[in-house]
Design a binder for this molecule. Structure first.
Ligand code: GLU
Length: 213
């Protein structure tokens, strides 16, 4: 179970996400990644095996001025440490980061015929499940909520959709998730150390809770 960060506001999301991931490095991890979304619904997904410094090099080559995004440092439980298994995982317009274990991922995966799986993770199954429920009639919040009702296991998650760069959905069960409330911005972290220097106002989600940031 490793690190989650998120940012939505008016500052450079890549910069803030990388800063947060650096603060979570002490926990140990095997790969790292971020996705940011711009106002024209374009997502920039960057992932690297190894250290956050590898990810930083990638970000330097693909800088954006996006102001919303999520990031992750992974401690592999399902699938070897590799770029394809690093988070965020993508399904359709959905990007998702996850700490924890989806215990019934094999059963869920068998039902998700419409998605071509590209990783070995339990997490991609959750991304695909959310995407299968998300539509013009079902909001991202509702799709995440419906998906989580089908999940057996533990999770701290953050989810974004390229269709809607105005919100990040978070939820937790058995894995910590904290929302940092700033002035005209919101940060997300699995560990309060990632919020240091940004805000001292923190909301700790309880097990079974979700939030729209
Ligand atoms: N089970 C997920 C994976 O293996 C998440 C691991 C974590 O908590 O970092 O990708």
């Amino acid at each position: 179970m490793c690190g989650i960060v998120g940012y939505i506001g008016k500052r450079d999301a890549q910069d803030i996400l990388l800063g947060g991931l650096r603060r979570l490095e002490y926990r140990g991890y095997d790969s790292a990644g971020i996705v940011t979304i711009n106002r024209e619904h374009k997502a920039t997904l960057l992932r690297a095996k190894g250290k956050v410094s590898e990810l930083e090099a990638l970000v330097s080559a693909h800088e954006t001025s996006d102001m919303v995004g999520i990031g992750h440092t992974r401690w592999a439980t399902h699938g070897e440490p590799s770029e394809k298994n690093a988070h965020p995982h993508k399904a359709g317009d959905i990007y998702l980061v996850h700490n924890g274990i989806i215990e019934n991922y094999k059963e869920l995966r068998a039902q998700l015929k419409g998605h071509t799986f590209v990783s070995d993770t339990d997490t991609e199954v959750l991304a695909a499940l959310v995407n299968s429920l998300y539509s013009s009639k079902v909001s991202l919040k509702e799709a995440v909520s419906q998906a989580l009702r089908q999940v057996v296991g533990t999770y701290g998650i953050a989810v974004v959709s390229a269709k809607n760069p105005e919100e990040i959905i978070v939820a937790r069960k058995g894995s910590p998730l904290i929302i940092g409330v700033g002035s005209e911005e919101t940060l997300i972290a699995s560990d309060a150390s990632a919020l240091v220097g940004h805000t001292t106002q923190a909301i700790y989600l309880n097990d079974g809770e979700m939030a729209v940031c």
